[in-house]
Design a protein around this ligand. Structure first.
Ligand SMILES: C[S@@+](CC[C@H](N)C(=O)[O-])C[C@H]1O[C@@H](n2cnc3c(N)ncnc32)[C@H](O)[C@@H]1O
Length: 224
């Protein structure tokens, strides 16, 4: 039987697909319907409530609480225009209440101050055409930090009225020059949705495949 992973705040399933490729059976929970979710089971509901009630049934729990509270969209001139709840502390408390190993994932930025950053992954480490740094806090287990590879160039696109060439796509927003949907799908390794917003909210499956493989390589992982 496959080890079971709970993907909390699963979205369309960026991290889910990676854990599936690593060998997990993946159940996802999200507050919104996710008709294109790629996991094995989908539960519509509040992630924190679900983790508290059912998290103990899984071998590993991955939680990527929405980052809008902390990301640059809510900083600077955008500050105060959006209000999103900060779910980080309650999510960690719920994860710890299960007694199971967990992964918390968020982008760098203000969120990083609320996490213990055990690892940072970058698309270049996986030969992807995105940079997309993501921080990970690992609870109850550990994995080595892979060496960061020097970026091969810039993110292509228009910034402050100037066009920049580069080997990476900007997989966010909908401004001009950000690449086609097919470019985004290839860059991220996501081929089961063609909705830009869903691709933009995901993490590249290569990140969670690597994490899942590290987790399963530990002899105690599935015996637990
Ligand atoms: C950035 S996306 C996560 C993407 C996902 N980690 C991946 O790998 O593709 C955040 C998701 O959290 C969901 N969400 C927001 N609040 C939630 C809550 N209280 N409970 C469950 N899901 C929630 C949103 O609907 C959205 O799909």
């Amino acid at each position: 039987m496959k080890p079971r992973l709970l993907a909390a705040y699963c979205g369309v399933g960026g991290c889910t697909r990676g854990y599936q490729l690593a060998g997990f059976h993946v159940a996802g929970v999200d507050i919104a319907d996710q008709p294109r979710y790629c996991g094995d089971t989908f539960i519509r509901g509040d992630a924190i409530d679900y983790i508290k009630a059912h998290g103990h049934k899984y071998h590993l729990i991955h939680a990527g609480p929405p980052c809008q509270h902390d990301c640059t969209l809510t900083a600077g001139t955008n500050a105060g225009k959006f209000t999103y709840p900060d779910l980080m502390a309650d999510t960690r408390a719920a994860l710890e209440s299960t007694g199971r190993p967990y992964v918390i994932e968020n982008p760098p930025g203000r969120a990083a101050k609320k996490m213990r950053v055990d690892l940072t992954l970058c698309g270049e480490q996986f030969d992807l055409a995105v940079i997309r740094h993501r921080n990970f806090e690992l609870g109850g287990w550990a994995a080595p930090q892979p060496a960061h590879r020097k970026h091969r160039g810039r993110v292509a696109g228009m910034r402050h009225g100037q066009w920049y060439e580069g080997p990476y796509f900007a997989v966010y927003g909908d401004g001009g020059g950000k690449g086609s949907v097919a470019d985004w799908q290839r860059a991220m390794g996501i081929d089961w949705t063609d909705i830009r917003k869903e691709i933009a909210e995901a993490i590249p499956p290569a990140y969670s495949q690597w994490l899942g493989e590290q987790f399963l390589a530990r002899p105690e992982a599935v015996a637990a």
